[in-house]
Design a protein. Structure first.
Length: 337
């Protein structure tokens, strides 16, 4: 009976008006929970499916938010999406998530397809190497938008992300306080602005400690465990390990530890700090010290910024660019008890 079931059929089955049934499926209006439950029971029994696309054409307002990330399998982006999607859902919006593979060309295609779905707004993690054309196209479409965790260099746009310069400084200062005089930074590609910012913070801390640039070893790679393993192999092959290692992500740190174990190097022989403080960091052995960027919170803040732009949330005027202070979560991998 599912093909031709209408909202009018649902209303008749539940013994309510069509308007009341409409309020239930759209999550609006005021009524008792008993009435809502009765309508939902009729929807389930009749197999009714709400046509959001048709509703958007009638009201000229979509309830779908396009969400663009680079890598949907990343634990960090998974936590970011939990916060973003939860906040959007609480305000009656549905998330339509796509992944670019960090490819600007693929990103352009996906955003165009999202716009074909009449999205109400766009929350995006820009692909590495995105040009100003990305922002020009979004602005030309009139789509409310927010960039998350990555920004476009020199291009003012609504943005929520961590203060990565401060994050890099926090990690380096902690290692320097432990007496480290040589530090390696592992993972991430130089084209990624967050990596540049973190390295700026690391270099600033090293300079403030009276050390020169030679104290820093920089090995690029992806922000993955496999890349961390490869970077660890490279570092071990180059000679004695540095006193401390800062990893571009916690996953890179996990891979680096794998390299140590493969070569029989005691994990206590080097102080290690990860980045992002994903949920698995505390369960590692040794428990991983990490710069927490609070991904889930960043997702919620990004959603709120976008909802305010959509007029769906009353919020005080915020700065165009909002950088959230990171926090060093100290565990044992840095040598602290």
């Amino acid at each position: 009976m599912t093909e031709h079931v209408t909202l009018k059929d649902v209303a008749a089955h539940a013994g309510v008006s069509r308007t009341t049934a409409s309020y239930v499926v759209t999550g609006t209006g005021r009524m008792s929970q008993k009435t809502r439950d009765r309508v939902h029971a009729s929807i389930k029994e009749l197999g009714y499916v709400y046509n959001r696309g048709a509703a958007s054409l009638r009201t000229q307002r979509s309830s779908t938010i396009g969400v663009v990330v680079t890598n949907i399998s990343s634990p960090f982006f998974g936590e970011l999406l939990v916060g973003l999607e939860g906040e959007l859902r609480a305000h009656g919006f549905l998330s339509l998530v796509v992944a670019t593979g960090d490819d600007p060309t693929r990103q352009e295609q996906l955003i165009a397809e999202l716009r074909e779905h009449q999205i109400a707004g766009l929350a995006a993690v820009p692909a590495s190497g995105s040009s100003p054309d990305l922002l020009d196209a979004i602005r030309a479409s009139g789509t409310p938008h927010v960039f998350m965790t990555r920004y476009l260099e020199g291009e003012p746009a609504p943005y929520i992300g961590p203060d990565d310069v401060q994050g890099g400084r926090l990690a380096a200062q902690h290692l320097l306080e432990h007496g480290c005089r040589t530090i390696a930074y592992l993972g991430g590609r130089d084209i990624v602005l967050s990596r540049r910012d973190r390295l700026d913070g690391v270099r600033n801390a090293i300079a403030d400690a009276g050390l020169d640039e030679a104290a820093l070893t920089d090995i690029q790679g992806d922000a993955t465990g496999e890349a961390g393993l490869a970077a660890g192999e490279q570092l071990l092959a180059a000679g004695p390990l540095p006193d401390g290692v800062i990893c571009h992500s916690d996953s890179v740190a996990f891979g680096f530890y794998r390299a140590l174990r493969v070569h029989g190097v005691p994990v206590e022989s080097v102080r290690v700090i990860g980045y992002d403080d994903i949920r698995g960091a505390a369960l590692w052995e040794p428990p991983l010290t990490s710069v927490a960027t609070h991904a889930e919170r960043l997702g919620k803040l990004s959603a709120r910024k976008l909802l305010a732009a959509l007029g769906a949330l009353n919020a005080p005027t915020a700065d165009l660019v909002e950088k959230v202070a990171p926090e060093l979560i100290v565990r044992q991998s840095c040598g602290c008890p």
